[in-house]
Each structure stands twice: as structure tokens, then as C-alpha cells.
Design a protein around this ligand. Structure first.
Ligand code: CA
Length: 226
């Protein structure tokens, strides 16, 4: 899950970026309308968190502009306390939800989970693939009847694979979706996390649930009909 956070308050922006990263999201941070517009046009996000008061314009206008351009990304606006007109304006502008500052971090992550549980009309809240089950709301994973403890990043990676279960995911695509634009750590970070997931999800006598497609990347192993 990749998020765009648009917040000009440097301290709050850093807190949000760090906290959401620890929660398993890949986070890009923009501090103004122009940079956010650039990011939104060049990347694909699962959700955006947009402050209303930005130095070079209004977050509401940005939201309206992106919607007018056909951007359907779930958007959550951050509004000043008691600025009721901001809240109404945010929903009018096409935002999906809003939070009033100051807010508790768990409240933000709860709202984001609700917004990114997509698409609600076709997918139940529980993702299933063969013996694997993943609940985005409670952030739990089961293999058969066994609960599998995963780190936040492993969970994000598995959720990404399960939401597009038939697709082959290149390392680059996974880095862009599950990590973020500024990731500059180990180049084999995807392989390391896939290896960890395979180890945690392996069952005696069963196929590994994630397979390598030579020269292309990874995908969930197809479910074999019983
Ligand atoms: Ca602001």
C-alpha cells in the first residue's frame, strides 16, 4: 500500500511518514500543492492524506482538481480544528473522509484502513487465496487454521500480492508499491522479504505459496482445484 501525504508542517509530516511506514505503508511526502500534483500524476497511490492549508494553495482545490482529472484515489483531508466549512468543503471537493487536527495517530490509521480496503463491492474484507487468508482490518494472516505473525512490511507485501493474485509482480513494481519513491536501502530487499514470507508461510508437504517467475518477478502460486 503506497500513500501520498501532503502536509507542510515539517514536524507533523515527519511523524506521519515515520508512523505510517512503521505501519507497513510506503509513504511519499509532499509539502505543497505543486509537489503533490507532480507526485499524484507520476505515481499510483492507494490513498492520499491531504492537509487543507498548504503554503502554495488549498488542499481542497488540489482534491477538486485531481477528481476533475479522473483520479479516483481515496482521499482523506486534514482540517483545522472546528473549521466546519473545511469539512463540508472537503466532502464537496470529492474527498472520502476528513480528520480534524489534532488527531490521534490510531484514528488516522483506522480511517486509512477503511479507505484502502478496496474494492468494497467486489472483495469482502477478508482476502483469500487457497489456504491463505488475510484480514486487512485486523491485520492478521492465517495459513489454514494457523495464525502467521508477520512484520508490517511482510504484511503489506502479502496484501499487495493477494489483492492482485493472478498478476506477476516485478521487483521494481513491488518496490514502488510496497516501499516508496525514496527507498534507497538494499537492492535485494524485495527478495529478502519474499524469502521471509515463504519461510513463515511454508507448510510441511505443501507448495510454497509464492513462486518465482523467471526473469519477471513473483506471483502467488495458482490455487489448484481439489
Ligand atoms: Ca498546513
Amino acid at each position: 500500500m503506497r500513500l501520498l501525504v501532503v502536509e507542510d508542517d515539517a514536524a507533523l509530516g515527519q511523524i506521519l511518514a515515520r508512523g505510517l511506514s512503521e505501519d507497513g505503508y510506503a509513504v511519499d511526502l509532499s509539502t505543497g500543492v505543486a509537489d503533490a500534483r507532480h507526485n499524484a500524476h507520476n505515481n499510483s497511490y492507494d490513498s492520499m492524506v491531504i492537509d487543507v492549508g498548504l503554503p502554495d494553495g488549498s488542499g481542497l482545490d488540489l482534491c477538486r482538481e485531481l477528481r476533475a482529472g479522473g483520479d479516483q484515489t481515496p482521499m482523506l483531508m486534514l482540517t483545522a480544528r472546528d473549521a466546519l466549512s473545511d469539512k463540508v468543503g472537503g466532502l464537496d471537493a470529492g474527498a472520502d473522509d476528513y480528520l480534524t487536527k489534532p488527531f490521534d495517530f490510531p484514528e488516522l490509521t483506522a480511517r486509512l484502513r477503511a479507505l484502502t480496503r478496496r474494492p468494497p463491492d467486489t472483495l469482502g474484507p477478508l482476502l483469500e487465496h487457497g489456504d491463505l487468508k488475510l484480514d486487512p482490518a485486523s491485520r492478521r494472516v492465517w495459513h489454514g487454521a494457523i495464525t502467521v505473525p508477520l512484520t508490517a512490511r511482510e504484511f503489506a507485501l502479502l496484501e499487495h500480492l493477494m489483492r492482485r493474485a493472478d498478476a506477476i509482480h516485478s521487483r521494481t513494481a513491488l518496490l514502488e508499491s510496497v516501499w516508496d519513491a525514496n527507498y534507497d536501502g538494499l537492492s535485494n530487499v524485495v527478495d529478502v522479504h519474499v524469502a521471509n514470507l515463504r519461510r513463515k508461510l511454508s507448510m510441511p508437504g505443501a507448495e510454497a505459496p509464492i513462486e518465482t517467475v523467471r526473469g519477471q518477478g513473483y506471483r502467488l502460486s495458482p490455487v489448484v482445484a481439489p
